[in-house]
Design a protein around this ligand. Sequence first.
Ligand code: PLP
Length: 459
Amino acid sequence: MSAPRDDFDAALDVASTRARAWLDRLDERVVRAEASADDVRAALGADLPDGPADPADVVRLLADAAEPGLVATPSGRFFGFVIGGTLPAALAADWLVSAWDQNAALRAASPAGSAVDDIAAAWLLDVLGLPGNAGVGFVTGATMANFAGLAAARDAVLARAGWDAGSRGLSGAPSVRVLVGAERHDSVDVALRYLGLGAPEPVDVDDQGRLSAAALEVALADDGGRPTIVCLQAGNVHSGGFDPFAAAIPAAHAAGAWVHVDGAFGLWAATSPRTRGLLDGAAAADSWATDAHKTLNVPYDSGVVAVRDPAAMRSAMSYHGDYLLTDAAYLEPYERVPETSRRARSVPVWAALRSLGRSGLSALVDRLCRHAAAFAAGARDVPGAEVLNDVVFTQVCLAFGDDDRTREVGRRLMADGTVWMTGSRWRGREVLRISVSNWSTTDTDVARGLDALARAAAD
Ligand SMILES: *Cc1c(COP(=O)(O)O)cnc(C)c1O
């Protein structure tokens, strides 16, 4: 039997070789998967073997069976949902995180993990234009970032109403009202559900899906003195639009509300002078959620929550265990997030930021916006195509005449496989969404995307 060290070497060599081959092929392969989930299950084999297998063989089997069923989401020609790719430094750093296998819950369990957390947190607050002393937690995505931010919000507004949710729970508590734009992301609703707050009250939005500050003021005035949370959005998944923070946040604060901002991809507008204005006033909020696996292009899964008052974050997320060896003067990584044991999720974030630098980050955001604008401009020459949104950031929404035709164009585009764009419904119409979120998208990728659109839209 070989020494364990040899097993590591052989398995890691296979993984590295196969990973490089996958990355090499991203440029030319079709974006959609070529095998179905059933095909992959059959290739993997459904039965758990009785005996052990060679580690390198296991990795080889996995790569052989899984690759045909992979979607080329890290390709520069993937424009579906809101999905980023992976910057080289972030990917390699993520490999190290797995090899190091730190439990980054506690400074004592991983001094390096908490040091990287601290630096990445400070850099994020800086580049995102948020208060420098806010508490920052590294979570799995914007859903959990919304959950963590809204948990702090819930407890804080109830505490102001004289109710300690931590000890008394929600039974008998004053009812908390949550006001959201009618086009908030649905993950806000699920976070509120997890938090026992039920469904939010939608506030009217304009034709770009942006909350109406006037409608918010009317809703706030009608509150009957209830504890209130206002959840705003930076980056509508259809239009890319931003809520009017400069008007909405002071109005919400004047009414005693906590303001949370879901900026899963839009918060990154702060990193470029060209788009920063979209976030005017957003830094006055009380908590913010964003993703690192979207605009920043780190591997899944990576989200970030920031809370202005670190004590509110600690009291919502933390717990005490005598064996945990916490440092009372320091907000431990696990005290900022729902998880206890956790991978050192800040490491790829740090590597992405360190490899881009300030100018590289703003150039990345500018490039995504430039490609989105090029799609919108080019789509105007595609017969029958209509651009439905003001393209202010990275999202473009297209329609091709009636709903049936828009769906048909989407089907043909997916069958073609050159690019991936996703269908949706927006403002009562079937649409085809283009989300430019991948650092590696080139002008050529955009041109190929426009050609594919023209082919799909041809009679
Ligand atoms: C993607 C997204 C979310 C959810 O983020 P996950 O990373 O999938 O958890 C929330 N809000 C907005 C605006 C999004 O785009």
